[in-house]
Write a new protein. Structure first.
Length: 427
């Protein structure tokens, strides 16, 4: 049975941002609402020097909003900024409709999309932290007579408020403890992967830029028999959980590719903090692929938002490749590489080889071209190099098997007694 979509009105105040940025932000609010199963039936905006402290929009606009809600029979009003508890209270009393803000909307989306235990815990902690300061407004109506020290002399409302606050703080502590256990497990997994010496490449970027599509295109290209594809869909926050897949290239080079949660402008601080453990994958990466929707006219601003979020979670000094995706929609030539930038279309499966080439140039810097002559009785060494190196040529000489290859520096040093040539230099 299909879930009934509720009618919503979206409201935004235009302050000090340029027109394009504000339009983009409101359009994003429409998409966020749709992702949370609301149908936006109308939009109300106002230009102000600063938001109204009492009810966010001006008194005249508030009257206009009340009329609009009646006309379109909206069940919910969604505001484009984070509202204070008192603003929500006033707006709900005046508009006689449910009121939520952008932060609440994003938290609701995350709550509905969280699949793993870790993601569910992260979202619940973020929701509780968001709720905690908002208990004050709820306690006012309960009465606040009484004074003095201790709960005994307080009014019923204040007593309930204290109890509710303590319950939430206790719950946050319990969930955080549980989350920390999962974080330790994830750290153990990361240490194991590091022991295997696979470089880690993380896909980062704005939500719906095409990170999951790129990951699936890489899996299709280089691991076609893998059943471990990630969920992809044309909507905001389709992927919440970090997924890691091993990519094996034709030349035997291997790396781990991580797909992470997308970013969005005004991403709630509680969520950034809560998802810090998931985003550890990004902080531990050897290379970042910053996926950009080049078809979006405001893509430069979107790059800024992603960079700000990366800085907030402590991601610095990691090499970056910019993958300008959806080049087919932007009607620019692709696939092409310019320095650390690549223009591609993951949906059309064009530019994936070029992206892999760029990745290899960035993370496999310890590979060296060499020739080795390995005695026939040490055939296991030849088998080893066939598995881990890029063999370019094999010939069978009188004294053993001669292989021309690209191999890791550590393997070259381990078997240096068999080396006859490094690069262009004879030994």
């Amino acid at each position: 049975m299909m879930e009934v979509r509720k009618k919503a009105v979206v409201v935004g105040v235009h302050i000090n941002s340029n027109d394009d940025e504000f339009t983009e932000s409101m359009q994003e609010l429409h998409e966020l609402a749709y992702a949370c199963n609301y149908d936006v039936v109308s939009e109300l905006t106002q230009k102000l020097d600063k938001v109204n402290k009492a009810h966010y929009i001006g008194r005249g606009k508030l009257e206009e909003l009340k009329t609009l809600i009646d006309e379109v029979q909206a069940e919910i009003v969604i505001f484009n900024d984070e509202l204070s508890p008192s603003q929500i209270q006033v707006l709900e009393d005046e508009a006689e409709a449910k009121v939520i803000d952008r932060t609440m909307l994003i938290l609701d989306i995350f709550a509905s999309r969280a699949k793993t235990k870790e993601a569910k815990l992260q979202v619940e902690i973020a929701q509780l932290k968001y709720m905690l300061p908002r208990l004050v407004g709820q306690g006012v109506s309960m009465g606040r007579q009484g004074g003095g020290a201790g709960l005994k002399n307080r009014g019923a409302g204040e007593t309930k408020l204290e109890l509710d606050r303590r319950k939430i703080e206790t719950k946050i502590a319990e969930l955080s403890k549980e989350l920390n256990q999962l974080v330790k497990q994830r750290e153990t997994q990361r240490k194991k992967r590091k022991k295997n010496q696979f470089p880690v490449v993380s896909l980062v970027g704005y939500t719906n830029a095409g990170k999951s599509t790129i990951m699936n295109a890489m899996i299709d290209k280089y691991n076609p028999y893998s059943k471990k594809k990630v969920f992809e869909r044309d909507m905001l926050f389709a992927t919440l959980d970090t997924t890691v897949r091993q990519i094996s290239l034709p030349d035997n080079k291997q790396f781990l590719l991580a797909d992470t949660v997308g970013f969005v402008s005004k991403l709630p601080h509680h969520l950034v903090k809560a998802f810090r453990s998931t985003l550890e994958e990004v902080r531990e990466a050897d290379l970042l692929i910053h996926v950009v929707d080049i078809a979006n006219p405001n893509y430069e601003k979107i790059i800024e938002v992603t960079n700000e979020t990366l800085t907030e979670i402590g991601v610095t000094d990691i090499p970056v490749i910019f993958a300008y995706n959806k080049a087919d929609l932007a009607r620019i030539s692709y696939p092409k590489i310019e320095d650390n930038r690549i223009y591609l279309s993951a949906k059309q499966n064009k530019g994936i080889d070029e992206l892999a080439k760029l990745i290899c140039q960035s993370i496999f810097t310890d590979y060296i071209q060499c020739e080795m002559l390995i005695p026939y009785h040490l055939g296991h060494i030849v088998s080893y190099f066939n598995e881990v190196a890029h063999i370019k040529d094999t010939t069978y000489e009188e004294n053993g098997t001669k292989i021309i290859m690209e191999c890791k520096q550590k393997d070259l040093e381990k078997y240096k007694e068999f080396v006859i040539k490094i690069g262009e230099n004879e030994i």
